[in-house]
Design a protein around this ligand. Structure first.
Ligand SMILES: [Zn+2]
Length: 348
């Protein structure tokens, strides 16, 4: 079965931008998100509470206008976004197969391996391929409670040809409250390796929490030792979750201006990620772009899975800013993972 996957559908969307203005991005959001509003949070029993430290971060940054610190246009890094506590994000993985249930199948253990890889990469766990990166102190776990509060292994399974082809608004049926869960779908991802439908800062965050708020990863590149080398070590999900938490590609705005403060408003809106002019594949060690060495090692490039080894400190800050600004109900502090989440104050 010959399969050709385009690297990342956000690539083509970004390439089509005529200018550096965000107008096209916002337009795209309007185009793709004229769908159901988020009704789930009001209907469901558990809209999980935000981490106490994130609340503190929000109150700290309100004074300089919430949203400015990790908007589409800029990043304002700061000590309040340094990782100072472990936050945990519940993930529900929706495995979608074709109608005959003969393609797209992923075992529970393969799904679990993908969560492990996310934690190795975001946590820069020593001794793993991501050990050379920056520890974001952002952790992921397969949800152990459904939105109704019932026990779950955090995996749903469906067989539907349309959904498998990434059409048919499957999220309207399958999504678990997107303000409280990272909804991660596997299907053919419209023949991309993966994508997110929007970046959280688009529209000032107005799309966050809609039913289609999600990460989509092609089942062929999902999990450890997957079916599609050299993209078989789970890094597509790492990359897409990076977008989901607010990161741009290093080549988003081309070379930009690579010195502070300008690099916070050009390139990928960060200064510690070397800019490059275009995306790169394979693993071109020593390649130069924009007068500097290409960050082939960065998860937000498009190189081979084994070529990628880390996020940077400022990528971590932008992701934690995004959690504190746009995804305030998503992350739980590990300190309060039981009583705080359930609202049972007796367990605190
Ligand atoms: Zn991407």
């Amino acid at each position: 079965m010959p399969v050709i996957l385009v690297p990342d559908s956000t690539v083509s969307m970004r390439k089509n931008r005529a200018t550096h203005s965000v107008g096209r991005l916002v337009g795209m959001v309007v185009l793709t998100l004229a769908l159901a509003p988020d009704l789930l949070c009001a209907q469901m029993a558990s809209c999980s509470a935000p981490s106490s430290s994130l609340i503190q971060q929000v109150s700290t940054i309100t004074s300089r206008t919430l949203g400015e610190s990790c908007s589409l246009a800029q990043t304002i890094p700061g000590p309040e976004f340094e990782p100072n506590d472990q936050v945990r994000i519940p993930v529900v993985v929706h495995v979608i197969q074709n109608s005959a249930c003969t393609e797209g199948g992923l075992s529970d253990s393969l799904v679990e391996s993908q969560i492990e890889i996310l934690n190795e990469d975001f946590g820069a766990l020593a001794g793993t391929p991501g050990g050379g990166g920056f520890d974001t102190q952002i952790e992921f776990y397969l949800a152990d409670r459904t939105p109704d509060g019932n026990p779950t292994n955090g995996i749903t399974r469906s067989c539907n040809d349309s959904w498998y082809q990434d059409t048919g608004a499957y999220w309207e049926t399958l999504a678990w409250n997107p303000t409280a869960y990272l909804n991660l779908y596997t299907n053919t991802a419209a023949n991309a390796r993966g994508y997110v439908p929007f970046l959280p800062a688009e529209g000032g965050g107005s799309s966050v929490g809609l039913l289609e708020d999600r990460v989509v990863v092609n089942w062929l590149v999902f999990g450890r030792n997957g079916a599609f080398p050299p993209h078989d070590q789970g890094r597509t999900a790492t990359h897409e979750v990076g977008h989901y938490l607010g990161l741009f590609h290093p080549y988003f705005d081309g070379c930009g201006i690579e010195t502070p403060p300008d690099c916070y408003t050009t390139g990928d809106r960060l200064c510690d990620t070397p800019p490059d002019a275009v995306s790169h594949d394979i693993c071109p060690v020593g390649a130069m772009s924009c007068g500097v060495e290409v960050p082939i090692w960065n998860y937000m490039e498009l190189t081979d899975d084994t070529c990628m080894t880390g996020f940077t400190s400022e990528q971590s800050q932008r992701m934690r800013c995004t959690l504190a600004t746009y995804r305030t109900q998503l992350a739980e502090s590990a300190l309060f993972s039981d009583g705080f989440e359930s609202g049972d104050t007796g367990a605190w």
